[in-house]
Write a protein that binds this ligand. Structure first.
Ligand code: ACM
Ligand code: ZN
Length: 488
């Protein structure tokens, strides 16, 4: 059996002969008729030939070759391959817990072996602002530090300097991976408000958060100072990240302060907006227009895109599968806009294998959720790190589920059983990179029953709309999360 993950589009086994070549035997041939990420890999009595139109294509041929070498003797074979989607991503939250440049580079190296091509770098949060911005030094001086986490008396701090970011971006480029920054607005914004209180509706500051959840400290959508601040920050961000996409978050933005803010309410009135959902769309549209002037395409999480005035050019990032938010994402894509797929119940890597076993990740089919394939740019799996304190743990949660997502991003795939039969060579490559992946026995669904309450909570989750309901919701969430944290 030919053991390659992601499954190539076409494998022709020519005969039962086998060969013994190494990487240095690969001869590269240019063929401009092959798509930019496609390649052909030929192994026969004359040697090994990689045919591609770009260095990226040759790189993917090499990645495939390495898995064949790990499988044993090289087969007499012809592979013709190209990806299903142009965007194949992995997201790491470096805010809830901080990871070093070397730890990040290790993950970039690992995902390059899965033929993923986007590292989505979540850089700003309630619990920490992690990117140097020269014009607003307090973002890192104040916003990158929290005193403790949920009462543990242990400070967490850290940010990436511009030089470090350039280094990561260049390293990723050498592995044919683009880096997409996320600056999360208007919610998940407490660290910025802790640094610059005038960004909030009431001008009152807050702490860099020491707990997890969702908070009412959001960016004011009514004051011109908010817009100017974000334009300035984004201009500096664009200098560091050449990738065409920028992620502007948009998730879990509570409306409580907007409802009581005269500036926000004035924007609603002056622009004939119906409600705060439309205010968010209006706010995001202004920021997106600024990004587009700089040649960037904007991505937003789907719960921030429920307003009817949502900007068509924004790519919807489908994560929450609750009714209203899912409907908004499906509607946006059906209307001709683009979508990126990261379903909570299948692709969220922070949830334990007991709730999201490997087969559940592998078997997810976004078409069943009602999206049209032509408008989908790709698939991505995020790792949120509220309860992930070390890179070892991050790797355990990420792999092998990310391998399943990578397969589906490259190819429509096969059966789960067939996938498992092909997985060993890539696992041994990850092992060589010292990636602490979860053994397959840990990834089967036996734990699902135990985690029923967490699953039910997530399934029935609704955005709280008042202070009281936030407290109630967060209390429940914390209780359940603590329960499952202990289990893992
Ligand atoms: C998200 O999980 N808040 C996008
Ligand atoms: Zn406001």
């Amino acid at each position: 059996m030919i053991k390659i993950v992601p499954l190539p589009q076409e494998i022709k086994q020519i005969s039962d002969r086998t060969f013994n070549y190494s990487e240095s035997d690969i001869v590269k041939v240019q063929d401009d008729s092959i798509k930019s990420e496609g390649y052909k890999l030929l192994i026969n009595e004359d040697g090994v030939t990689s045919v591609a139109s770009t260095e990226k294509g040759h790189f993917y041929a090499l990645v495939t070759f390495r898995q064949l070498v790990k499988s044993g003797a090289l087969p007499h074979i012809e592979i013709i391959d190209e990806p299903r989607f142009s965007y194949r991503g992995y997201m790491l939250d470096t805010c809830r817990h901080f990871f070093t440049v070397d730890e990040i580079k290790k993950q970039i190296d690992a995902i390059s072996h899965l033929k993923l091509n986007v590292f989505h770098w979540h850089l700003t949060e309630d619990q920490g602002w992690r990117i140097q911005i020269d014009k607003y030094p307090l973002l890192t001086e104040v916003g990158s530090k929290r005193k403790q986490t949920r009462g543990d008396n242990t400070p967490v701090e850290g940010f990436y300097t511009k030089e470090e970011i350039k280094d990561v971006v260049a390293y990723a480029k050498s592995k044919h991976i683009d880096v997409m920054p996320e600056i999360d607005i208007p919610g998940h914004f407490s660290a910025a408000i802790a640094a610059y209180p005038l960004l909030s509706c009431d001008g009152k500051g807050c702490e860099v958060k020491e707990a997890f959840g969702i908070f009412e400290d959001v960016c004011c959508a009514g004051k011109e100072t908010s817009y100017q601040f974000l334009f300035d920050v984004l201009d500096e961000v664009f200098e560091l990240f050449p990738f065409e996409y920028i992620h502007l978050g948009g998730d879990e933005a509570l409306r409580i302060k907007w409802i009581n803010c005269p500036d926000c309410q004035k924007v609603i009135k002056d622009n004939g907006l119906k409600n705060e959902d439309e205010l968010q769309a209006h706010f995001m549209s202004r920021i997106a227009a600024h990004c587009e002037k700089a040649g960037k395409k904007v991505i937003n999480w789907n719960d921030g895109m429920t307003g009817e005035n949502t900007r068509k050019s924004i790519v919807v990032h489908y994560w929450t599968q609750t009714k209203k938010n899912k409907a908004a994402a499906v509607r946006h894509v059906a209307g001709g806009s683009q979508g990126l797929i990261s379903p909570f119940f299948n692709y969220y890597l922070d949830y334990p294998y007991g709730m999201t076993p490997l087969s559940k990740t592998y078997n997810y089919d976004y078409q069943k959720d009602g999206f049209i394939e032509e408008n989908i740019i790709g698939l991505e799996s995020p790792l949120w790190t509220e309860y992930v304190k070390t890179i070892d743990r991050a790797e355990y949660m990420t792999y092998p589920r990310l391998i399943a997502v990578a397969e589906k991003a490259w190819n429509t795939g096969s059966t789960y059983k067939n996938f498992i039969k092909r997985i060993n060579p890539i696992l041994s490559i990850l092992k060589k990179l010292d990636i602490n992946y979860a053994p397959l026995k840990d990834c089967n669904p036996r734990g699902v029953q135990r985690l029923k309450s967490l699953y039910a909570f997530a399934k029935n989750y609704k955005h709280p709309s008042s202070k009281e309901s936030i407290n109630r919701t967060m209390q429940n969430k914390r209780m359940l999360e603590e329960k499952y944290e202990k289990k893992d």
